[in-house]
Write a protein that binds this ligand. Structure first.
Ligand code: MD6
Ligand code: FE
Length: 221
């Protein structure tokens, strides 16, 4: 009998090959888009995380986020009791965030173009780590200075159910399953839609282990 690892592996290998699934007027899931890049990305990700390790942050409301966060690029996203913001320094080390790996930037720029956003110049990449049970409550990405550029989101490891809502928190959400190697690009009229991640199910991914890592690239400054 194949165990959960074998099942997940089969899912990654057998699901629809690279295709563009539209999930909003200006939002797309690029299935498996990052799979050919993963081998080059992982050593860079390890370097980034050695310099700025994952840490659990506290929201302004006093809740500890279940996803652990890090960042790379000129700016990194932080939350604490005084609010959400981008900072040039990692508050943990008081040093600049690790530089954004060239291969990550390249992947994101090509993915953005694939979705119709031709001049994406990301300067920040937020890295989220979810262990089984961790989730992300509905939120809008609105700490960036300009909303004219899209957000590019790369999923690695365990699958997730992504919730894609509307412009009001109470709007109905659509469920989108995201797998290892999938890239979501959204922007334009969809840029400020509420979104979140349902609690990650138990499992062990053959490449990433018992976790999901999500990288979101933005133009923050
Ligand atoms: C996640 N993603 O997938 C969290 N934000 O783990 C986000 O919050 C997100 O995927 C903006 C655009 C795309 C995203
Ligand atoms: Fe977000």
């Amino acid at each position: 009998m194949p165990g959960p690892t074998a099942d997940l592996f089969a899912e990654d290998a057998l699901r629809q090959p690279a295709g563009r699934e539209q999930i909003g007027e200006q939002s797309y899931v690029l299935r498996g888009y990052a799979l050919p890049w993963v081998e080059r990305l992982l050593p860079e990700l390890r370097r980034v995380l050695a310099q700025s390790p994952f840490r659990q942050m506290v929201t302004p409301g006093g809740f500890t986020m279940s996803a652990a966060l890090s960042s790379c690029g000129d700016l990194g996203w932080t939350t604490d009791s005084s609010g959400y913001r981008y900072t040039p320094l990692d508050p943990r080390s008081q040093q600049p965030w690790p530089r954004m790996p060239g291969v990550l930037r390249e992947l994101a720029v090509l993915a953005a173009a694939e979705a119709g956003f031709l001049d994406f110049t990301p300067d920040a990449c937020l890295i989220n780590r979810y262990v089984p049970g961790a989730k992300m409550s509905l939120h809008q990405d609105k700490n960036e200075r300009r909303y004219s550029e899209p957000v590019v989101s790369l999923s690695l490891g365990l699958p997730a159910v992504f919730l894609f809502g509307g412009h009001a928190r109470s709007d109905k959400t659509r469920k989108v399953s995201l797998f290892h190697g999938d890239v979501v690009v959204w922007g334009g009229v969809d840029r400020l839609r509420f979104h979140g991640v349902m609690p990650i199910k138990d499992g062990v991914h053959p490449v990433m282990g018992p976790q999901r890592i999500n990288l979101t690239l933005r133009t923050a400054g």
